[in-house]
Design a protein around this ligand. Structure first.
Ligand SMILES: Cc1ncc(COP(=O)(O)O)c(C=O)c1O
Length: 385
């Protein structure tokens, strides 16, 4: 009998989420309701931000963070070359131009020195992405942005609870943007959250996530009567999603503990593979939220990543890649802006040679040992060929 499959990610949903969803569906309020409000309040408290605004995805959160702060044509937005395309797309949606910056070879995070040389008066926003949960060097990045009059939008899609100098990510920028996609630290099925300490920014984002209405449903004195004072989208989170998210938030402590333990076990199980780079879960003032363990193979391609992945998958171990293409090397950005292979060497190396290994709370110590052994075997076999 073959060993059971170890999926890369698996949402852990039980009767708590089912009961919460059934309660919403048994009522009359499916949007604009109290559950969404409660989820926002509790999320803000968890992160240590003054405000949290729920939205339909992290992509919507990133877009609204730029849109509500008047980013538009002629503006430049700094984006790390190694991220999900959503970060760069947010700038494109606004008609602004993303300026890609390579990442540091020991963390995959925005490199402050590279950022400093990319700054110019046209750069209005910088979007640090906390790669796989490890916070960027927010002290250096904040200093550079302050000196250059740019504001920060943090992409915290994989970094809920990640800590920098005793503060959680999502509290360093003008906004922080989170994702609740099914295999993130917590899920609301699809969903996202914007955190901010600035009340005016919170209001601007709330208005623009709902068509630009001048008053919410609860604020309307005559039902159905409103004015529209700005352009806005339909980026709301609904009550069912919020109910799932809220139930998940209550489990977050347990989930995070399991992730940290699994990360440490798997890291230990991988010791001794000379060719392997595993980014440390702590760097300076930063502590990771342990989204996955990224195993990075040599730059010289002496071990073929895709062959290792194929062997792991054949052994029943699910993997992922973050991210399979440096964003400026995707066809859309390459064709639009003329980027050439070799311009972002670290990001391109990661895209070609990183493997994301599972450490989620759905997995046990035995699973970690199994992944470690299978990884060693896959690298050994690939090396031998
Ligand atoms: C760094 C980063 N930003 C943004 C996103 C987009 O998140 P969502 O699917 O919630 O829009 C992702 C998705 O994985 C991501 O990894």
């Amino acid at each position: 009998m073959s060993a059971p499959l170890i999926p890369f990610g698996k949402p852990l949903l039980d009767q708590a989420e089912i009961d919460a969803v059934v309660a919403v569906l048994s009522g009359t309020v499916l949007v604009h309701g109290p559950i969404t409000h409660e989820f926002e309040q509790r999320f803000a408290a968890r992160i240590g931000a003054k405000h949290a605004v729920s939205v339909s995805s992290c992509t919507a959160a990133l877009h609204l963070s730029l849109f509500a702060n008047s980013i538009g044509p002629g503006d430049l937005v700094v984006v790390p070359a190694m991220t999900h395309v959503a970060t760069a797309h947010a700038a494109e949606f606004c008609g602004a131009r993303p300026v890609f910056v390579d990442v540091a070879a020991d963390t995959g995070n925005l490199d402050p020195a590279a950022l400093a040389s990319a700054m110019s008066p046209a750069v209005r926003t910088v979007m640090p992405v906390h790669y796989l949960g490890l916070p960027c060097d927010m002290e250096a990045i904040s200093g550079i942005c302050e000196r250059n009059g740019a504001f920060i939008v943090e992409d915290c899609a994989l970094a809920i609870d990640a800590d920098y100098d005793g503060r959680k990510v999502g509290t360093f920028g003008l906004t922080g943007c989170f994702s609740f996609y099914p295999i993130k630290h917590i899920t609301s099925i699809e969903g996202g959250m914007v955190t901010t300490d600035d009340p005016a920014v919170a209001i601007a984002i709330r208005q623009r996530r709902a068509f630009g209405y001048d008053r919410t449903v609860g604020e309307r004195t005559r039902p159905g009567i409103y004015d529209v004072t700005v352009l806005g989208y339909n980026y709301r989170m609904n009550e069912v999603e919020a109910a799932v998210g809220l139930a998940q938030l209550k489990k977050l402590d347990a989930f995070q503990g399991a992730r940290a333990t699994n990360f440490a076990r798997l890291r230990e199980a991988l010791v001794g593979i000379d060719e392997l780079t595993v980014f440390a879960p702590r760097k300076g003032k930063a502590t990771s939220s342990h989204y996955c363990l990224n195993a990075v193979l040599p730059r010289d391609g002496s071990i073929d990543r895709d062959a290792v992945v194929a062997r792991l998958n054949a052994a029943g171990i699910g993997t992922s890649v973050h991210y399979p293409c440096a964003v400026p090397m995707t066809s859309y950005y390459r064709e639009k802006y003329g980027y050439k292979t070799g311009q972002f060497p670290v990001s391109e190396w990661l895209a070609a040679q990183t493997i994301s290994l599972p450490i989620g709370p759905h997995l046990s110590e035995r699973d970690m040992l199994r992944i470690g052994a299978a990884f060693k075997d896959a690298v050994h076999t690939s090396r031998a060929q």
